[in-house]
Design a protein around this ligand. Structure first.
Ligand SMILES: Cc1cc2nc3c(=O)[nH]c(=O)nc-3n(C[C@H](O)[C@H](O)[C@H](O)COP(=O)(O)OP(=O)(O)OC[C@H]3O[C@@H](n4cnc5c(N)ncnc54)[C@H](O)[C@@H]3O)c2cc1C
Ligand SMILES: *[C@@H]1O[C@H](CO)[C@@H](O)[C@H](O)[C@H]1NC(C)=O
Ligand SMILES: *[C@@H]1O[C@H](CO)[C@@H](O)[C@H](O)[C@H]1NC(C)=O
Ligand SMILES: *[C@@H]1O[C@H](CO)[C@@H](O)[C@H](O)[C@H]1NC(C)=O
Ligand SMILES: *[C@@H]1O[C@H](CO)[C@@H](O)[C@H](O)[C@H]1NC(C)=O
Length: 516
């Protein structure tokens, strides 16, 4: 089957949806321009739907309301520092300076209540926006955002005479290009449900936007991982298996350049579930758990790192200080259901502990959800916590006391922590008894910083010469060069909107030019 459309967007995560919405807006006064979004899964959302900590932004309405004196420059500096000399400054500048309008876009055009802010690791101010609980129920931020955008796009597609089409179950397998090197179309495959056979489609177009996400979900078939970061093969991952680097294969086949492919973020806190500790796919323990003041302990009940350090530092610390028999966090036999074979995780693991005030500010909706999933446990006192995590009470008490002393400025923190969101020993507002939440976390592959070389207008750059490949744009995790050696929490959803919308605008401009 063969047809023609003007703009093809590949991938229905946040970057692809943002690109589609912006392309539609930019072309709404131009008759005859058609746009198609193709998603290989049965539903849109991708890894974007899993995001739980939030979206970064400075000078936002929410920051202003909360009196947070942040700046574009502070955000820029934090991001550059985190990237350790690898990030492209032009790309970071765009990200920081367009962050307020990205958050505003979600709040204003899609009525998303991104009114809760946390300070995540490596950020010097609270600037990562998420959603408050509603009626005691969590409103996961990524899910909320992609649902709102998906609804909007489906309404657009349904309109009479719509120039927009959203096709799920459509896997793009190849890019077509002209003899002159311009990308001119795609091949994709879908399954015909009546015969259960693969149908191949060919679609010519003016512009392709790749928004296929990263390769952190390669799992049992680790092609890129094996090639660029063999030391990580075998670690669990937080990504869905659809994040398999498709866009990288599609684009390099037409000459696109790659950058920083070996820069892979291992998130320090994938949940180890008591009833399935060896599962290679980990549910993510939201960074906001530490952002709101959760602390990390080794198997002896001692802290070993600034919990608000960047992810790579926290991961390195867990790997270094929580991996031998004594220092690794473990469940006791009473935590483990007797009817399953228990496989001790072979990787390093730490305890993540929340005091009552931390739990109150994180939100009990989200914690209740984790509890129900068997990921988070509750202890009703310091004594009970010590027993549950099998550490000496005096050691644990000392750890918590020292933490609070450092928080009050009475001693210097041994690990250089400077922001202490909450106390570990005082009670919060939600009850008379102080209680604790605890869980076990392990480093898990989370985000691939590397990817397609691109410029500030989302144009994909060629491997030789570095010039834009005509007709090929990209946005989101499929791109590389923005986050350098380490991505800060909240910066990825932001990148999807800033560069997704830029890709949409650029695609619209190129498609309109084609009409002439
Ligand atoms: C558990 C988890 C929590 C996270 N939390 C946060 C957070 O709080 N804040 C933050 O900023 N970032 C967070 N991130 C990172 C962030 O969610 C992702 O990096 C970002 O959403 C990627 O968006 P994307 O649109 O580029 O890709 P995705 O959202 O992954 O979407 C890509 C889509 O492309 C589709 N696709 C792939 N190949 C093809 C093909 N060949 N043909 C058609 N379709 C294809 C996929 O099926 C997928 O739906 C988190 C990530 C994970 C895994
Ligand atoms: C905000 O920060 C800037 C520079 O970081 C400083 O000059 C200014 O006085 C601060 N304002 C407030 C209200 O704290
Ligand atoms: C759609 O638009 C066409 C003309 O543009 C019109 O003939 C048709 O009745 C419309 N259909 C609906 C359902 O509104
Ligand atoms: C913790 O230590 C302090 C003094 O160091 C002591 O007053 C307190 O009772 C101890 N608490 C527990 C639960 O052991
Ligand atoms: C950063 O990217 C821009 C294109 O957006 C490019 O012009 C510039 O040369 C790049 N800078 C570096 C240091 O690579």
């Amino acid at each position: 089957m063969s047809r023609r459309t003007n703009i093809v967007i590949v991938g229905g995560g946040l970057a692809g949806m943002a690109a589609a919405i912006e392309a539609l807006r930019q072309t709404r006064h131009t008759a005859g321009i058609t746009i198609e979004l193709l998603e290989k899964e049965a539903h849109t959302g991708g890894n974007s739907a899993k995001a739980s900590s939030g979206i970064s932004g400075v000078l936002t309405r929410t920051q202003k309301n909360l009196g947070i004196n942040d700046s574009i420059d502070a955000f820029f500096q934090d991001t550059i520092k985190s990237g350790r000399g690898r990030s492209n400054e032009t790309l970071v500048q765009r990200l920081a300076s367009e962050s307020a309008s990205a958050v505003f876009w979600l709040q204003n055009d899609f009525a998303l209540d991104l009114d809760v802010i946390a300070q995540l690791g490596g950020h010097s101010f609270p600037r990562t926006h998420r959603r408050p609980d509603a009626n005691g129920k969590p409103q996961p931020v990524g899910w909320g955002i992609v649902s709102a955008l998906d609804k909007h796009l489906k309404e657009q597609a349904k309109k009479n005479g719509s120039c927009f089409r959203l096709t799920t179950g459509a896997r793009v397998t190849k890019l077509l290009s002209t003899a002159g090197g311009r990308v001119s179309g795609i091949f994709y495959e879908s399954i015909d449900p009546s015969t259960n056979t693969v149908v191949r489609h060919r679609c010519k177009c003016d512009v392709v936007v790749l928004a296929t996400g990263g390769f952190g979900g390669e799992g049992g078939n680790p092609n890129f991982l094996k090639k660029y970061a063999p030391q990580l093969v075998g670690l669990p991952a937080t990504n869905g298996p659809f994040a398999a680097g498709d866009g990288l294969r599609l684009a390099t086949a037409v000459g696109a350049g790659l950058v920083d492919m070996d820069q892979i973020q291992v998130h320090p806190t994938g949940f180890v579930q008591a009833r399935d500790p060896g599962n290679p796919t980990k549910f993510l323990a939201a960074e906001a758990l530490r952002g709101e003041g959760g602390i990390l302990l080794n198997g002896l009940g001692k802290r070993f790192v600034d919990e608000l350090g960047t992810r790579d530092r926290v991961t390195t610390a867990i790997t270094k200080y929580c991996s031998d028999e004594n220092t690794r966090a473990r469940y006791t036999s009473s935590d483990k259901p007797s009817n399953v074979t228990y496989v001790e995780p072979s990787t390093a693991a730490a305890y993540l502990v929340l005091s009552q005030p931390v739990a109150d500010s994180f939100g009990h909706g989200g914690l209740g959800f984790y509890e129900k999933m068997g990921l988070m446990n509750k202890a009703s006192s310091v004594e009970e916590l010590a027993t549950a995590i099998r550490v000496e009470l005096t050691t644990l008490n000392q750890t918590l006391t020292d933490y609070d002393k450092a928080r009050e400025g009475r001693i210097n923190d041994e690990f250089g922590k400077t922001a202490f969101p909450q106390s570990m020993l005082s009670k919060g507002g939600s009850g008379d008894e102080s209680f604790y939440f605890w869980c076990i976390v392990t480093p898990s592959i989370h985000y691939t910083m590397g990817g397609l070389r691109f410029d500030e207008n989302a144009r994909v750059l060629a491997s030789s010469g570095g010039q834009p490949i005509p007709g090929l744009l990209a946005a989101g995790e499929v791109t590389g060069g923005l986050h350098g050696a380490n991505r800060l929490g909240g910066n990825s959803l932001l990148e999807c909107i800033v560069y997704g919308r830029r890709a949409g605008r650029q695609a619209a401009a190129e498609a309109i030019e084609h009409l002439l």
